[in-house]
Write a protein of this length. Structure first.
Length: 282
């Protein structure tokens, strides 16, 4: 399996190939090869900054001679007019890396800002915000980094680092007992040590899980606020609890106040707006 650094390198290489192709002919035709320049990253919207470390990698991978002075780091609260970094190097390099760097930083900063809003919404409770696998294909590692920068928690990176028995798994396996038993048999056979979470859709399924056992976390899918309270009381600390499905920014605190451990929010990554910023010559 590829490491995080290897995945980032592949993403950057693919993104440059996609954008530059056989050459940035606009830059090549009007900028001398020896020209040098300086640009700064100007913040144009208030939020949480994310992607600085990835941006440094973008610059270095394209042209190791580029010099990056970071003025504001990942996780900082930024406001309109702030300058996050200054980059010095070949003018051609500045122009050819600009869009990729901005695409990454705007996307990551938007996710970090959205996540931080949800985290602040739950301040004073013990509930933590989880992301989901509803990410942009190829960008998952960066988007999940942004969630963490914004104060959220990564639910799981992919299908490989945790068992999550959802409704379709349960139905295809022939029920909750079969699904859990097959899961344990598989983990033992493969010598794997993975946490097990199971989704329940109603109190009947919840009682089946509690009677059978063998899981680490129970996901309460599309439960109402009042039913969430009842479910949390029934589980009574035996397993971690997670609420999911149809929960919005306006209702999320109501769920957290019922004592659930986690709330997963797909909106952190699947429908977020990028944070406005620009990369200008200075």
């Amino acid at each position: 399996m590829l490491s995080v650094n290897e995945l980032e390198d592949r993403l950057i290489d693919l993104a440059f190939a996609e954008d530059i192709g056989d050459g940035d002919h606009t830059t090549l035709c009007c900028i001398p090869e020896t020209a040098m320049g300086k640009s700064h990253l100007l913040i144009k919207e208030e939020g949480i900054l994310a992607g600085v470390e990835v941006a440094k990698k973008v610059f270095n991978r394209f042209d190791p001679t580029m010099q990056v002075e970071v003025l504001i780091g990942d996780g900082a609260h930024v406001k309109v007019g702030d300058v996050a970094m200054v980059v010095t190097g070949k003018t051609r390099s500045l122009l050819q890396t600009e869009r990729l760097m901005l695409n990454i930083m705007q996307r990551m900063s938007g996710i970090a800002t959205m996540t931080n809003r949800y985290v602040e919404r739950l301040k004073g409770t013990n509930t933590r915000i989880l992301d989901t696998r509803k990410t942009t294909p190829g960008l998952r590692m960066l988007e999940k980094q942004a969630v963490k920068i914004g104060g959220g928690v990564n639910h799981r990176i992919g299908l490989f680092d945790m068992i999550l028995l959802k409704d379709n798994h349960v139905d295809f396996a022939g029920g909750i007992t079969n699904a859990i038993d097959r899961c344990h048999a598989y983990l033992q056979e493969k010598g794997l040590d993975l946490k097990i979470e199971i989704e329940v859709r109603n109190f009947d399924e919840l009682n089946q899980v509690l009677t059978h056992g063998g899981v680490n976390r129970i996901m309460l899918d599309n439960f109402s606020v009042s039913d969430t309270k009842k479910a949390v009381d029934i589980i009574a600390g035996r397993y971690e609890t997670e609420s999911s499905g149809g929960i919005t920014y306006d209702t999320i605190r109501d769920y957290a106040e019922q004592g659930v451990d986690f709330i997963s929010v797909g909106a952190l990554t699947h429908s977020v707006k990028g944070l406005d910023m620009s990369f200008k010559a200075c």
